[in-house]
Design a protein around this ligand. Sequence first.
Ligand code: ADP
Ligand code: MG
Length: 200
Amino acid sequence: MDDALKKKLIEAMTGAIVSHTDELTALDQAIGDGDHGLNMKRGFEAVLADMGPISAKPLPDALQAIGTTLVMKVGGASGPLYGTLFMALGKELPPEPTVTDLARALAAAIEAVKARGKSDLGQKTMLDVLAPLQVALAHGGTDLTKRLPEVVKDAAEATVPLRAIRGRASFLGERSVGHMDPGARSSALLATAICNTIGA
Ligand code: ADP
Ligand code: MG
C-alpha cells in the first residue's frame, strides 16, 4: 500500500461520486430530500483536497482521516454512517491488508454502522450493499476485483422492491417501494471504484 495507490483510490472514489452526483440526487429526490448526491460530492471533494497528507499516512490512519472528513463534510444521515464505516475500517485493518483482513474488518465496520444507525439488513439502506459485499469478500476466490462490482450492482438493484424501514425514505412507507436506495447506490459506486483501482 504505497502513497500512490492510496491517492489513486481517493481519486477513484471521488471520481465515481462526482460523475454520479446527478443520479444520486435523482434517487434521493424519489424517496428522500434530494441531497445525497451533493452531500457525498462535498464529502469526497474535501477528502480529495486533503489527498496529499491523507495518503502519506499508513492505511489505518488514512482511513480514520477519511472517516473524520466525511463526518464533518457529508452531513445528513449518511455522513455519520459513512464516517463510522471508514473509521471502523481504519481501526480494524492492518497497514497491508489481505482479503481475509478486509472481510473481517468490513464485518466489524458493518456492525459499527448498524449500531450508529440503529439499523439492520433488509431495511433499504447502504447496509444492503455492504453486507453482500462482505459475504463475497469472506467467500474469497479468484477474480474478486471483477466479481465484486457485479455483486454490489445486483445488491443495489435488490433494494428497489424493499420498503424502507430506516432513514428519511421510511417516512414514505409503502411508497418507498420501487426505487433504488441512494445510499445503496453510493456504496456500490465506492466499492466498484475501489475494485477497479486495485484490479487495474
Ligand atoms: P438524509 O437522509 O439525512 O437526507 P442522505 O440523503 O445523505 O441523508 O443519505 C440517505 C442514505 O443514508 C439512505 O439512502 C440510506 O442508504 C442511508 N441511511 C439513512 N439512515 C440510515 C440508517 N439508520 N442506517 C443505515 N443507513 C442509513
Ligand atoms: Mg437525503
